[in-house]
Design a protein around this ligand. Structure first.
Ligand code: M6P
Ligand code: ZN
Length: 196
């Protein structure tokens, strides 16, 4: 048997740089069409925002072996489309029984979680806070602050991501919008097929 070598990676809290990452991807504003409630605001922003990187992920993948782990960082830009804060696409794991952890490094945000029964939970993400995403929960991160939101994550190598579940449900049950001052609040997503 060829053993996988142990490794350590330096992580920079301010910009999410992960030295010796071997995977990375970027999401541009234009990739997120249809995600936000206010399609008109999205279209209005498009000319200026289209090519901007609204979030990026760097990760370290040693192997795809079951039992192994992927760890990495996500950096999310601050901003809103209409009243709704910038967010990730969100997903359930393809192997839905796989859990995940998030650990806040800088900035302010929340993790929006939805159980298969439609229960909604919110957990704050900021420096020093660890958030546990239990098996089966759909999860999406949202930058509710004015600066980049940077966090670490960790999940099983064979977990995969299922994005279709949110599309089929026409979004998560709740949207994260400005409360009109400096904070956020949850709002029902009335398009959600599970909304009742
Ligand atoms: C976190 C992790 C990653 C995920 C990323 C972006 O960093 O959960 O697994 O890929 O957020 O979120 P999404 O895949 O939903 O676009
Ligand atoms: Zn995940």
């Amino acid at each position: 048997m060829k053993w996988i070598a142990p490794e350590s990676s330096q992580v920079f809290s301010e910009n999410g740089k992960l030295l010796n990452a071997n995977g990375r991807y970027q999401k541009h504003f234009r990739d997120l069409e249809g995600l936000y409630e206010d399609g008109e605001s999205f279209s209005r922003m498009l000319p200026e925002w289209s090519e901007k990187v609204v979030y990026q992920v760097e990760d370290h993948r040693a192997s795809e072996q079951p039992g192994d782990l992927i760890y990495g960082t996500t950096v999310m830009m601050p901003g809103k489309v209409g009243n709704e804060f910038f967010m990730t696409r969100g997903h359930q794991h393809q192997k839905a029984e796989c859990a995940e952890t998030y650990f806040g490094l800088s900035g302010e945000g929340i993790l929006l979680l939805e159980s298969p029964d439609g229960d909604v939970e919110v957990r704050e993400i900021r420096a020093g806070i660890m958030v546990y995403v239990p098996p089966y929960w759909i999860h999406r991160s949202v930058n509710t602050g004015n600066t980049d939101l940077v966090f670490l994550f960790n999940y099983p190598s064979d977990a995969g991501q299922d994005y279709g579940i949110i599309e089929r449900n026409r979004g998560m049950r709740k949207r994260v919008v400005t409360d009109g001052t400096n904070g956020w609040e949850l709002k029902d997503n009335e398009d959600s097929v599970k909304f009742s």
